[in-house]
Design a protein around this ligand. Structure first.
Ligand code: ZN
Length: 255
């Protein structure tokens, strides 16, 4: 569970809601599931708490950031993106829509509309048989939420799991699934830091479900980004080379 961990230390309102940080609140919620072995990392730690050894050992990474997206080192971003391609699950929360890791994996602006008015939000479950929504019923109601509105500039998802309605009239695709390489990604909207949203039992259920859904039990696909030059005599069917070629046999491709 990764958190930039800034607002909880700087803002008295946020501190009251999450005295030990959003990461600690979510870790506690995940820890009630015997099958989830949870640990936390924050921006200020060396390598943001995400050295290669730790990422290699992680099955699923949850990302919470808001104020300091720009302070996340590009080396760590590349490392996280590579691990997702190899099969690590990634869950991106709320303002993480602008996190470098998410924008890199989406390839789009990831922009949206927003308003801080403490209005009511209802997240409607779209597919009631989806593993991520088990145990939450037909909808989740949050009495106070920050509004996020469409258009949300992300690629068309694999599946839209939640659509939110807001008291002010806007709607938003609040739960979206993606596949990138061997890795599964879930974007989940709720979580403005001045409201106790990660203390909500239904939201905690979604987070636990999402960890299970995003977990890929296969061994990491470590050479997923390679582009090998397959020798003519290694073709599955017997062929002989004909015509001119640009590359010498065995030569590496261009990048
Ligand atoms: Zn927010």
């Amino acid at each position: 569970m990764w958190n930039e961990f800034i607002h909880e230390r700087e803002n008295a309102v946020v501190q009251e809601v999450y005295p030990h940080g959003i990461h600690a609140a979510i870790a506690a919620a995940l820890g009630s599931d015997d099958e989830i072995d949870v640990s936390t990392a924050t921006l200020d730690e060396p390598e943001h708490g995400l050295p290669t050894s730790r990422l290699d050992a992680a099955d699923v990474l949850i990302w919470w950031g808001h104020k300091a997206h720009g302070q996340v080192s590009d080396d760590v971003v590349e490392r996280v993106v590579a691990r997702v391609h190899q099969g690590m699950g990634l869950i991106v929360l709320h303002s993480g829509h602008f996190a470098k890791v998410f924008r890199r994996l989406m390839g789009t602006p990831c922009s949206l509309r927003w308003r801080e008015a403490g209005e009511r939000e209802r997240l409607w479950v779209i597919n009631r048989s989806h593993p991520i929504v088990q145990g939450v019923g037909p909808s989740i109601e949050l009495p106070n939420a920050e509004m996020y509105g469409e258009p949300f500039l992300v690629p068309e998802p694999m599946e839209t799991v939640f659509v939110s309605w807001f008291e002010g009239g806007e709607v938003f695709r609040s739960g979206l699934t993606y596949q990138r390489g061997a890795g599964r990604i879930f974007y989940f909207r709720p979580g403005h830091e001045t409201y106790p949203i990660y203390h909500n039992p239904a939201i905690q259920t979604v987070l636990r479900n999402a960890v299970h859904w995003a977990h890929n039990p296969s061994r990491p696909w470590t050479d997923v980004a390679d582009a090998p030059n397959v020798p003519v005599d290694a073709a599955p069917e017997k062929i002989s080379a004909r015509g001119p070629s640009l590359h010498r046999p065995g030569e590496a491709g261009l990048r």
